[in-house]
Write a protein that binds this ligand. Structure first.
Ligand code: SAM
Length: 334
């Protein structure tokens, strides 16, 4: 594929070579920041992409320049045919990765190895079992914690996603960083983002600046270094000298990283979102089912991508509750 000449290049010259596919809207957890208390209205099963459709759509993206696919959800591993999906996607010339809540990850270790899935992101928001239960509304802390250690032992590249919420788990920043002392993993603190029904407000947000302040208070400046970011990295990466692992901050709200954005998202019901914050979607699945070409609609979605966070270019815009009229994160695929 000639650089800059693809249907996946937007009007700001950003090339989108990273596709995140949500496999399901279902989840075995009920995280408060991800979904409303009374759940979401699930799409009818017939509206969810079949494994064949996922493969066909992925093939087209790969033919147009996608080099990395991440499976997400909902919880991707609760989808019954997830093994088949992984097997099929593994036959494409792409790097395959997955984001999971880790609850049943131990059952998939061998399959991940077989299908070349090396990069695994696992969500864990507290190291306190009771707090974890209160945020996930389920009691799986020990299982998830042990599964994270198992993945590290098995040699996977593990990132632990931790959404920080003021007054709830922001006092655990240092405890999480200490986990990187003897474990080769990365902790990623994610700024809390607004989505439909998650009761977001600015006061609950723990910013990049506040996180770094805690780190400065705890560690000697000499022992705390900023790592070089990878191209298209969403995270700002750091390391405590001598620690095996590292930590990072994904500051989507206070310090967005849209300039180098290379991501596009496909929801479980076959809608393309050109940005996490975008409220408009492109219905790829209907066109595919009608036997029509999907490339023109993909190109249109990419071309219409805005420069910053789908137009949410100032912090003030977050304060407008209308800006939260997006799908719940569980239905987008984080
Ligand atoms: N079930 C999988 C999991 O738990 O990782 C994948 C889906 S989950 C929606 C993907 C990621 O989105 C998780 O790391 C989660 O913490 C993050 N996420 C969900 N809602 C969020 C929010 N409001 N702000 C920031 N991150 C959020």
């Amino acid at each position: 594929m000639k650089k800059g000449n693809s249907i996946l290049t937007d009007s700001f010259g950003r090339e989108h070579n990273y596709l995140r596919i949500s496999l399901t809207e279902r989840c075995n957890l009920r995280c408060t920041y991800c979904m409303p208390a009374d759940g979401i209205a699930l799409s009818p099963k017939s509206h969810i992409m079949t494994y064949e459709e996922i493969y066909t759509i992925a093939q087209k993206f790969v033919a147009n320049g996608v080099t990395k696919i991440r499976l997400t959800g909902g919880e991707p591993l609760v989808r019954k045919d997830v093994s088949l999906i992984m097997e099929q996607l593994a036959s494409l010339p792409v790097e395959l990765a997955i984001t999971t809540n880790g609850v049943i990850v131990d059952r998939y270790i061998e399959q991940f190895k077989t299908y070349g899935i090396q990069k695994i992101n696992v969500s864990l928001d507290s190291l306190d079992a009771l707090k974890n239960e209160s945020i996930t509304r389920r009691d799986y802390f020990t299982k998830v914690y042990n599964n994270i250690l198992l993945l590290v032992q098995e040699g996977f590249e593990v990132k632990v996603n931790c959404v920080l919420i003021k007054g709830f788990n922001d006092n655990e920043v240092i405890d999480f960083i200490e986990l990187t002392k003897n474990n080769k993993l990365q902790i990623r603190f994610i700024e809390f983002m607004p989505f439909d029904g998650n009761k977001w407000n600015m006061e609950k947000l723990v910013s990049l600046e506040e996180i770094l302040q805690q780190v400065h208070n705890e560690y000697d400046v000499k022992h705390f270094t900023r790592l070089n970011d990878q191209p298209n990295d969403t995270a700002k990466n750091y390391k405590i000298a001598g620690y095996e692992g590292s930590f990072a901050v994904i500051s989507s709200v206070t310090n967005p990283f849209c300039d180098s954005c290379n991501r596009i998202r496909l929801t479980a019901n076959g809608q393309l979102k050109n940005c996490l914050f975008s409220t408009s979607e492109s219905d790829i699945l209907t066109l595919l089912r009608e036997g029509k070409s999907i490339e023109p609609i993909i190109q249109k979605a990419i071309i219409s991508k805005k420069k910053i966070r789908s137009g949410m270019n100032t912090l003030d815009k977050f304060k407008d509750p209308n800006s939260h009229n997006n799908r719940s994160m569980i239905a987008i695929g984080g």
